[in-house]
Design a protein. Structure first.
Length: 293
């Protein structure tokens, strides 16, 4: 995967300091980072973007989102994204590394937030006027602290960032009220553990039994958990993760389809094609024609 461009926070910080955090206005960020945005790329950090003016399209892992005033986006490390934005675009953007956040919040993992949790998580909130004003005040406080050299600066940055994440998580949860009533906290915890394991092993392990064994539960119970939380089977979640990585590789790696299938754990190319077509509705070749045309 090394041939897909991976951007680091240092590319944007221009030596300002050594902390794994970056904040900027969208207008200034596009000046600083425009050379990195000519083609789709991935980050090795978490990103949050708030648009306050302008329009456009933001594509994250082949999912296209409309950009408008009040659009709030969240991105996890490894995701591929690109955007086309109007000239009057305004807003704010900040990056943070996993280490920067989790070294201070030992018991709160960034992946536990619903918008950072998995490759299939929703990535956009569309804020109304009141919600935008509330978020904007936090972003402006965050900007002021980032530009300051006050005592315990990082502590306040982390606090403001956490407020943005927590308020956003609550807004996301309003769209998924059915989960709160039908799945216990233990089910959510098991689902997060399952996703973490899938992220580690999806190229080598495709069986539900493997993940259930790693989690110390039965395959039947694991399926029940996944169906309750996301209305999918465990196999669906595994396969969707594999196919997403296949799409990334098909788009950005100069390798044959057979080589890509093998790297994803499929020794039989024809079986890989069947899995890809069942999940995405097209063959790998049709996908390439559509996205590379």
């Amino acid at each position: 995967m090394d041939s897909i461009s991976v951007l680091h926070i240092d590319l944007f910080k221009a030596g300002k300091d050594t902390s794994d955090f970056y904040f900027n206005t969208m207008r200034n960020h596009l000046v600083v980072g425009h050379r990195h945005l000519e083609k789709p790329h991935r980050h090795d950090f978490y990103a949050t973007i708030l648009f306050t003016e302008g329009t456009g399209v933001h594509e994250i892992d082949f999912q296209r989102y409309n950009v408008s005033k009040g659009s709030l986006f969240f991105m996890s490390p490894g995701q591929i994204h690109s955007w086309e934005l109007s000239e009057d675009i305004e807003g704010y953007i900040f990056f943070c590394s996993q280490q920067f956040y989790e070294i201070h919040y030992v018991n709160q993992k960034l992946r536990n937030f619903p918008f950072f949790g998995s490759v299939t998580s929703p990535r956009k909130l569309q804020l109304n006027a009141d919600e935008l004003n509330e978020k904007l005040s936090l972003f402006l406080e965050l900007q002021n602290e980032y530009l300051s050299q006050g005592i315990m600066r990082n502590g306040l940055i982390l606090s403001l960032m956490s407020q943005i994440f927590i308020h956003s998580a609550r807004q996301f949860s309003k769209d998924f009220d059915h989960l709160a009533s039908s799945a216990s906290l233990s089910y959510f915890k098991h689902y997060q553990d399952f996703e973490n394991l899938v992220e580690q092993y999806f190229t080598a392990e495709k069986s539900i039994a493997f993940y259930a064994s790693m989690m110390g539960i039965s395959a039947k119970h694991l399926n029940r958990i996944i169906q309750t939380v996301v209305q999918k089977t465990a196999t669906d979640v595994i396969t969707e993760r594999v196919v997403l990585e296949a799409k990334r590789m098909l788009m950005y790696l100069d390798e044959s389809l057979v080589e890509i299938a093998f790297r994803l754990g499929y020794e039989e190319y024809s079986y890989f094609v069947r899995v890809f077509r069942k999940t995405s509705g097209m063959t790998p070749t049709q996908f390439i024609r559509k996205y590379k045309a």
